[in-house]
Structures are given as C-alpha cells and as structure tokens.
Design a binder for this molecule. Structure first.
Ligand code: DGL
Length: 272
C-alpha cells in the first residue's frame, strides 16, 4: 500500500517534444481522473537524429526534473528516449517507470500470424536496436525496421494526408511491404496521427500497433498492480511543461490532441 501523499502526486510523462501528447491522450482516455504532469523537451527536439549518448543525457536531465516535481510514476513516452535510457532510469529513480518499447513489442508478438513484424521509428531508435532486443523473447519473429524521419515533420506541420505525404509514406513503407509483414509497430510518438495514410498504403490486412495505446494500457496495469491509482472521482488536473516556447506548445499541442492541453508553463533547459 502507498501513503495518501503518494497518490496525490501526478503521473509524470516525458517526451522529446509534442509527440508524447498522443501517449498523454491515451493515458487520459483510460485514466481520466488521474493528475498528469507532462514535460516536452521541445527546445532540443527532435531527438531522433541525435547520437544515443546525447539523447540519454537530455532525457535523464528531463526525468530528473519530473522526479524533483514529485511524481507517482514516470512514463517515458518517447520511443527514442525509451531506447536510450530505460535501464539507467530504472536504476536511478525509486518510482515505477513505464516506457513505450516493450508493451508495443509484446502486442505485436500477440498480433502477428505470419511471424513477420515491422517497426517504423526514428534513426536513433533503429540504431539502438531496442525493438530487436524487446523481440528477442520471440525468436520465431522476424523484425523489419524502417526509419521514417520526415513523418515527424509532417505531423508537426499539421499534415496528416495529401499527395506529398502519401508519396513519402509509399517510399518509407516499401521495405515493410516487401518483407510481407502482417503487423507494424508505430514505434514513434507521432505516428499514431498518421494511421490513416499508413493503413491506406499497407491495406487493412496489416495490423497497426500504436505504441501510444499499448503504453497507456501498461500505465493502467502497472498502477493497478502497484495499488497506485488515486481512485478520485473528480476530473484529473493536467500541467504541461515545455523547455521551449509555451505559446507554441499550447498551439501545436491543441492541434494534436485538442483542448486537453490547457495549462502550459516553461522550464529552463540545461543543468545548473
Ligand atoms: N518522440 C520521438 C520518438 O518517439 C519522436 C520525435 C523526436 O525525434 O524527438 O521517437
């Protein structure tokens, strides 16, 4: 059992920037009464093209900030950051850590009938081989990885359809089709917003696994198992922190997940 003070602390969600809002929304869908504090490192996003060591440094700095804020659990919503810091974070913090990679990998193993799974992600996530490691528990499954950096740009520009995106999607997804994957992990925070174009290109027979949805289920089950749900009946409170411009965060955040983004504040970037 946990003390009342623990249960009043919010759930902390960390992402490199805006994309983790897809995870925040999925968590709020399942747990609308829980308080959340979200930190997006928008001043230094995207993390995807950065070296893993740099992603680790930035991510641990942000996670330290969330822990200092006082959180009941930490959610690493960013695939790139999950790939870079999961082990360090579990050693470093006393609160439970939930991340995006393992729940999505497990769901894909359960969903595939052909044992051919694909993952689309950032360059850093691909380089880390985090999804290959997560799928090591299912050696019969073959993983095909495709890096899709421009998808993040499209989403942040508010573009989720149209001929330019479609052409890029056909190009990025060609290796997934060539490998005959029947299941595709959307291994980046932004990609759930592109499910329309991705399923248009791959067809309805390919199961799309959203790492945002599977992460939210993992948050639900972890907090339930640890007896860490508040049990409140009032609507949860949300605070959004950004290392960048709070006005831009509010504007783009609302474009991505609607008026769930209300109170936005800025936190400084860099230690010291
Ligand atoms: N949040 C990142 C991820 O899920 C995508 C954006 C970025 O590269 O920072 O991998």
């Amino acid at each position: 059992m946990h003390s009342e003070a623990d249960l009043r602390a919010p759930i902390g969600i960390f992402d490199s920037g805006f994309g983790g809002l897809t995870v925040a929304r999925a968590v709020l869908d399942l747990l609308p009464h829980e308080d959340l504090v979200y930190l997006g490192d928008t001043a230094r996003a995207p993390y995807g093209p950065r070296p893993i060591a740099e992603v680790r440094e930035f991510a641990l700095e942000c996670l330290d900030r969330l822990v200092a804020h006082g959180v009941r659990a930490l959610v690493i919503a960013c695939n790139t950051a999950s790939a870079a810091v999961l082990r360090d974070a579990r050693e470093r913090y006393a609160v439970p850590i939930i991340e995006v990679v393992l729940p999505a990998a497990r769901r894909a193993v359960a969903a595939t009938a052909t044992d051919r799974v694909g993952v689309i992600c950032t360059q850093a996530t691909a380089t880390s081989q985090a999804y290959d490691d997560a799928l090591a528990v299912a050696p019969h499954v073959t993983l095909t990885t495709a890096v899709c950096p421009r998808f993040v740009e499209f989403v942040e520009a508010g573009i989720t359809g149209g001929p330019d995106l479609l052409a890029v999607a056909r190009d990025y997804l060609a290796p997934i089709q060539a490998a005959g994957c029947d299941t595709l992990i959307l291994g980046c925070t932004h990609y759930p917003l592109l499910e329309g174009v991705i399923s248009y290109v791959l067809g309805e027979d390919v199961t799309l696994v959203s790492s945002a949805t599977t992460c939210a289920r993992s948050v639900f089950s972890t907090l339930t198992d640890l007896d860490l749900l508040s049990g409140d009946e009032r609507p949860g409170q949300r605070l959004f922190l950004t290392t960048g411009d709070p006005r831009r965060f509010a504007e783009l955040g609302r474009r991505l997940i609607g008026d769930l983004v209300d109170e936005v504040a800025q936190v400084p970037v860099g230690r010291g």
